[in-house]
Design a protein around this ligand. Structure first.
Ligand code: GDG
Length: 467
């Protein structure tokens, strides 16, 4: 039996670059697989358990082939990647070509033919693994930009399947997408799906327009008709979070104790500003840190009473742009802390590290103002998690208008992160607005976040896919 085939075929399959499990070591030194934290897993696990599912993805270690196994009532089907695949498919084409191109080219995308060749090969491998594990007429849900070609490759192998695709990042406007030497192939890769989900209606419109132009297909609004009469829908499904889960976490006494400790460690300031992001150039960290530097320099924020806590989770550390970003941020934070504040009381508490979800919840709950200022973001879950962790109204969210979340979170203090002065004013306003105004905004945000949670997102998509 091939490595990637299960004993039993599945009726529901998720295909994603990464598996929903991480390898840890237990007390006896034995390797064990634990569910990775994250919204997607939380949303899809119940569906997989109900329908008998399989999750197809890479387990995270290059040059290692492992057998599939059962986990929490569903099948784990590993797809192996070697070091060259990781370099060309993952770090290269996915994260140094598509990622910057799809985020408004805030860093220059690189186009390399070898990366593209490997990208195609790896997508084919994922498609074959899905085809080998799907029961007749099964539903397959492919996730994200690393697997753009899987829908059409899979349809070629298994025309009986229902195929959905969801893009977690923005889908760019035509003017930018046209830069891609392989633009037609990428569009046609997605056209293999029955339903293509985007974070925002704008992404769906961009895609439909490009499909008409590059592939010559017919389309009316969200429905594309293929030459053989098959229809493909392109619609928006804004992703959300397990808000109830975050609320419970923030209310847990152990988390509250940790929050209290954290506040003390920061010197019990009267105002805590918080940023939590993957260390990524799309997240607007350079601009945000400069804004805070100027606010402290110009005495608009008082270092005796204010701390800006910024967590930057390590990410894509072998990709050149990310190494440069890390150095830039270290330099910027170091420079500001050497000039502002007092000895032993840095104005910016900066951690390049990742933390357990409990610590994340503790940080959210002590933050008086959450600052989320990406230059471009598909959605941004951090903004929603912050709101879910605040049952009190003494909180405020500063949110970039270029985050997908800005479309739903209209009551946030919105700003343009390219406009440094405008962003500084918005940060100050969020911190100093009247209690009643902050309360009004937080209530509206909470209502929004709790009324559309991650399982609604999955249900809406799967209903429209006809699963
Ligand atoms: C992509 C799109 C879209 C962060 N640090 C730690 C940690 N996190 C968790 C957060 C949050 C998630 O990671 C980050 O999600 P975001 O949405 O903010 O950003 P991306 O990683 O860029 O996600 C984005 C998303 O996909 C979903 O479709 O919203 O636009 O770019 O959940 O809590 N979690 C833990 N420790 C950390 O240190 N445990």
């Amino acid at each position: 039996m091939p490595q990637t085939q299960n004993a039993e075929l599945s009726d529901f399959l998720v295909v994603a670059n990464r598996l929903p499990v991480d390898r840890k070591t237990d007390a006896d030194g034995q390797p064990v697989w634990r569910t990775s934290p994250g919204g997607l897993v939380t949303a899809l696990e119940p569906v997989m358990k109900r329908k008998g599912g399989a999750w197809i993805g890479w387990h995270g270690a290059p040059d290692e082939t492992i057998d599939g196994f059962e986990h929490e009532g569903y099948s784990i089907v590993p797809v192996p990647l070697n070091s060259q695949d990781v370099e060309d498919f993952y770090e290269g084409f996915s994260n140094a070509t598509l990622w910057p191109l799809y985020h408004d080219v805030v860093a220059p995308p690189e186009f390399h033919r070898e990366w593209w060749d490997t990208y195609k090969q790896v997508n084919q491998r994922f498609a074959e693994a899905a085809a080998a594990n799907a029961a007749e007429g099964a539903t397959v849900w492919v996730q994200d930009y690393q697997l753009h070609l899987v829908p059409s490759m899979l349809r070629e192998l298994r025309p009986d399947l229902r195929i959905g695709f969801f893009l977690h990042i923005p889908f760019p406007p035509q003017e930018l997408f046209q830069q891609l030497p392989w633009r037609k192939e990428l569009v046609e890769g997605l056209l293999g799906a029955d339903l293509i989900g985007f974070q925002l209606p704008g992404g769906a419109h961009n895609f439909v327009r490009l499909a008409k132009q590059l592939s010559g297909v017919q389309a009316t609004r969200d429905t594309i008709t293929m030459p053989d009469g098959r229809t493909v829908k392109a619609r928006a499904y804004p992703i959300s979070i397990d808000a109830d889960g975050f609320k419970a976490l923030a209310e847990d006494p152990a988390v509250q104790e940790e929050a209290q400790q954290l506040r003390e460690n920061l010197g019990n300031p009267s105002t805590i500003f918080l940023g939590i992001d993957r260390l990524d150039y799309t997240k607007g960290l350079r601009q945000r840190i400069r804004a805070f530097g100027e606010l402290f320099r110009d005495d608009e924020l008082d270092p005796a009473e204010t701390v800006f806590l910024q967590v930057a989770t390590p990410s894509r550390e072998r990709v050149e742009e990310y190494k440069k970003l890390r150095d830039d941020i270290d330099l910027l934070v170091g420079r500001i802390n050497s000039q502002e504040g007092d000895i032993g009381r840095p104005v910016i508490a900066y951690r390049h590290d990742s933390f357990p979800r409990t610590t994340m919840a503790a940080m959210y709950s002590i933050a008086d103002v959450m600052v989320v200022t990406p230059l471009r973001d598909g959605m941004n879950l951090v903004a929603k998690e912050y709101v879910a962790c605040h049952q009190d109204d003494d909180a405020a969210l500063v949110l970039s208008e270029f985050a997908g979340a800005a479309k739903e979170m209209k009551q946030a203090y919105q700003c343009n992160p390219h406009d440094l002065n405008g962003m500084k004013q918005t940060i100050l306003k969020a911190a100093t607005d009247s209690k009643s105004e902050r309360r009004r905004r937080m209530r509206a945000l909470r209502k929004q976040v709790f009324s559309h949670q991650i399982d609604d997102w999955a249900k809406d998509f799967l209903r429209d896919l006809g699963a």
